[in-house]
Design a protein around this ligand. Structure first.
Ligand SMILES: Nc1ncnc2c1ncn2[C@@H]1O[C@H](COP(=O)(O)OP(=O)(O)OP(=O)(O)O)[C@@H](O)[C@H]1O
Ligand SMILES: [Mg+2]
Length: 235
């Protein structure tokens, strides 16, 4: 049994069918990527899994349990945390307060230790603990959004375009950090438009085209695929 099993989901915005039967799996410990053009349905897939935009049909199982109609809060409690597209940190709260909010469902005593771990991954956040999140740079807010998701101590971390709006020199750093988070045992489902880094850090990938899975394979194989190179790797 895979950690996450998405089977033939159909997700709508009003009458618009954004996902027309998407299926994918993520095994425990894996880092899997979803790539695709604007509007392909990448964010919608993550939003379906996290319960923000539940599918109208199909099945989503997390650790064998059906979560397709489970409320988002409960899904977080089960161990799925999402770092949303466009960052969405709480602008008026400090860096530390944002991180604490990420842990609000936890009742264990390891929150401080995990905060230290986030600071180890993102030293910039440690330096700026008291700064209002809204005054952090775009890249710093992205780090904070990822750090906040990690504070939920997820079994499955959903990352929606972690490199968006980040300077090229920092993108590499973000991806090193994502690889490190995965190495430390967190399973990751990663969405990216810029596929270069995503296919490097992941072991498998799915290519989404207008709401369906057009292709899925080992990331190394996808990188060698001429169609993928032309459409998503800019080569
Ligand atoms: N709130 C919404 N209301 C109506 N349609 C929406 C909404 N959000 C997304 N869509 C539509 O659903 C489709 C899939 O959008 P989605 O955001 O999942 O794409 P994406 O692959 O994440 O694209 P991008 O790379 O631009 O972020 C698009 O056609 C989009 O216009
Ligand atoms: Mg998106």
């Amino acid at each position: 049994m895979a950690l996450l099993e998405v089977e033939d989901i159909h997700t709508f915005y009003g009458n618009i069918e954004a996902l027309k039967g998407v299926s994918l799996t993520v095994e425990e410990g894996e880092c899997v990527t979803l790539i695709g053009a604007n509007g392909a349905g990448k964010s919608t897939t993550l939003r379906s899994i996290s319960g923000l935009t539940p599918p109208r049909a199909g099945s989503i199982r997390f650790r064998g349990e059906e979560i397709g109609t489970t409320p988002p809060q409960e899904i977080v409690r089960l161990g799925v945390a999402q770092s949303p597209e466009g960052r969405h940190v709480f602008q008026r709260m400090s860096v530390r307060e944002n991180l604490e909010l990420g842990a609000y469902l936890r009742r264990d005593g390891r929150v401080e230790a995990d905060m230290q771990q986030v600071f180890d991954l993102f030293p910039r956040l440690a330096e700026r603990q008291g700064q209002k999140a809204g005054t952090m740079s775009g890249g710093e807010q992205q780090m904070l959004a990822i750090g906040r998701a990690l504070m939920a101590e997820p079994r499955l971390l959903l990352l929606d375009e972690p490199s968006m709006g980040i300077a090229p020199v920092l993108v590499e750093r973000i991806y090193e950090t994502i690889a490190e988070i995965n190495r430390q045992g967190t399973t990751i489902l990663l969405v990216e438009q810029n596929a270069n880094f995503a296919l490097e850090v992941s072991s498998r990938g799915y290519v989404l085209e207008t709401g369906t899975v057009a292709l899925s394979d080992r990331s190394a194989t996808l990188r060698e695929n001429p169609d993928v190179q032309r459409a998503y790797l800019g080569t």
